[in-house]
Design a protein around this ligand. Sequence first.
Ligand SMILES: CC(=O)SCCNC(=O)CCNC(=O)[C@H](O)C(C)(C)COP(=O)(O)OP(=O)(O)OC[C@H]1O[C@@H](n2cnc3c(N)ncnc32)[C@H](O)[C@@H]1OP(=O)(O)O
Length: 130
Amino acid sequence: MMEKTTTGPQGSLTIRTLAMPADTNPAGDIFGGWVMSQMDIAGAIAAVERVRGRVVTVAVEAMTFIAPVKVGDVLCVYTRIERVGTTSVTVGIEAWVRRNRLDDRQQVTEARFVYVSLDENGQKRAIAAE
Ligand SMILES: CC(=O)SCCNC(=O)CCNC(=O)[C@H](O)C(C)(C)COP(=O)(O)OP(=O)(O)OC[C@H]1O[C@@H](n2cnc3c(N)ncnc32)[C@H](O)[C@@H]1OP(=O)(O)O
């Protein structure tokens, strides 16, 4: 599991979006799947920037849901490149919310997503050194 953050978000702010009523479960909280989707999108943005090409998600590792997301929360997803392999890139991802008129900030998830670099034909592509 990734180290718990104690001071604030780690990484670059990659996505900021609003949790809407359509994304709730019957209990009124936001679906975990919606939050994971936002994290996958943010991780893919970070991976595409690093590999400078198309990527596909191959694995989600160490996904932890720390606190619920509520309707009206502003979800902020932070990413950082943790590892670059031959064809894969591992992105550390944290989601935080701002709630109660944006006064409170709380971490809601953390995970590592792994992406594989593909060429235009969908074949694995070696990642070039930076
Ligand atoms: C099922 C879905 O629709 S999910 C939504 C979107 N995702 C997809 O569609 C991806 C479906 N999967 C695939 O197309 C294939 O598995 C691919 C192209 C991603 C990988 O192809 P494979 O031939 O299995 O790849 P291979 O085993 O060589 O691994 C490629 C890289 O991914 C890494 N990798 C593969 N599986 C995993 C895993 N479970 N966890 C972490 N890393 C992994 C490998 O370590 C390797 O990294 P490296 O080149 O940096 O050393």
